[in-house]
Design a binder for this molecule. Sequence first.
Ligand code: NDP
Ligand SMILES: O=C1O[C@H](COP(=O)(O)O)[C@@H](O)[C@H](O)[C@H]1O
Length: 461
Amino acid sequence: MPRPVSDALVFFGATGDLAYKQIFPALHGLVRDEGLDVPIIGVAKAGWSLDQLTARARDSLSSHGGLDIKSFSKLARLLRYVDSDYNDPSTYVRLRQELGEAKRPLHYLAIPPSLFGTVAEGLSKLGGTGARLVVEKPFGHDRESAHQLDRILNRFFPEENIFRIDHYLGKEPVQNILYTRFSNAMFEPIWNRVYINSIQITMAEGFGIEDRGKFYDETGAIRDVFQNHMLQVLASLTMDPPTGEDCDAIRDQKAALLKAVRPLNDAHIVRGQYSGYQSAPGVKSGSAIETFVAAKLFIDSWRWADVPIYIRAGKALPLTAMEIMVDFKRPPRESFAEVVAPASGHLRIRIGPDVAIALGLRVKRPGERMEGQDLELILTEQESTSMPPYQRLLGDAMHGVGDLFGRQDIVDAQWRIVEAVLNLEAPPIAYAQGSWGPDETNQLIGTDGPWHNPKPALPCP
Ligand SMILES: NC(=O)C1=CN([C@@H]2O[C@H](COP(=O)(O)OP(=O)(O)OC[C@H]3O[C@@H](n4cnc5c(N)ncnc54)[C@H](OP(=O)(O)O)[C@@H]3O)[C@@H](O)[C@H]2O)C=CC1
Ligand SMILES: O=C1O[C@H](COP(=O)(O)O)[C@@H](O)[C@H](O)[C@H]1O
């Protein structure tokens, strides 16, 4: 049965980094492509006016995603602003006034996670039924606080109206991992411990924490991207095929997979902090927050037993790119008496900034001798021109469609994996900005290495 469409969109965190980089472009896209025509209300406490918020939206579009004058004027007409502290009860009274006739608003919490509970409680006093709540990651600060947060949210919102957003699930190339695996019968027979040696997933960011010091210094790389984005990508890559077609078919298999991932311990993790991090505004001096994490994981299942999976994510690395490398085993003996480079046979999946799926093969070099070379067959390569993830996900949430959002048991399984490494006593290891993180990551990968370092994006033709 079609669900009613939300009749207003409220976004908390209107002056923040996420709003600037992603939310304004998504709202602009929804107005331009999907005719979004409801009040859009930003809430923050910067002391801004509506004109300042509109100017910020214009600036955001010029730098991220492009400004279409007609759509922007419509967006500007729909835009409202409430400047108030989320801890102040009058914020919600003023919000109710701005909502006017709207009865089924979508509230999007793009704010520090420590405020999710306070805002959800404030919203519950607005009255009416049918309001939806979109909650950003990280969902909670650890496993226990995620349970507590669930209890709070479930007190005020029915489960079907809660949308736990992880924008990686809205990324076209992440959806394509599942699509390619399960739409080509050739992959399933080799997608296991018999044929796969190891897997590497790297999320590299060529920039630091910029002006997000306050948020980041309460969060760190494990909570910011590893517990959510990276483990979601891992689940898409390694889960069993979905059975059934309802919206939980994929999520059920992801939950089963994540529950089989062995929890991390300190022997299987390297935490790093880039030099200079502690002088960023908002960061405490002596901070032990990690800006880099590398981990070795195992999945305790028949399919994946003993296959090491290496995940790395960090800021201030040499470039911005996300790539997966699935390293296939060599044949049981080398028939041509050659020394073959590591990862000669592989599947390389590039998630961003450009997109590619490439099959690495060893083929004969032309000539008289049976001598080979490593080549890549690029299966798909395209510029990322698809719908931006936040546009896709906010559009879905407005329509009450939850397929691409997290679920309570999945979030819990993700926290379970990282729980023991969230508060390690050993401080993070310093690494130079522009390097690939601490040298200790090479010991972590050992003979399963070397690490596959993604290359810069190819220039557009
Ligand atoms: N930035 C990113 O690239 C991404 C961020 N996210 C998630 O989005 C969320 C927000 O992150 P980000 O935008 O980077 O954070 P920022 O610190 O940049 O923004 C926080 C926002 O919350 C507002 N705020 C904080 N405290 C209060 C308060 N007491 N009352 C009113 N407003 C308040 C701030 O308003 P004011 O400026 O007025 O203080 C600001 O608008 C996080 O959960 C993060 O995990 C998810 C994906 C990507
Ligand atoms: O959630 C977050 O994601 C971004 C990276 O997102 P991407 O789509 O650009 O890969 C990261 O920079 C940020 O720290 C984190 O909060």
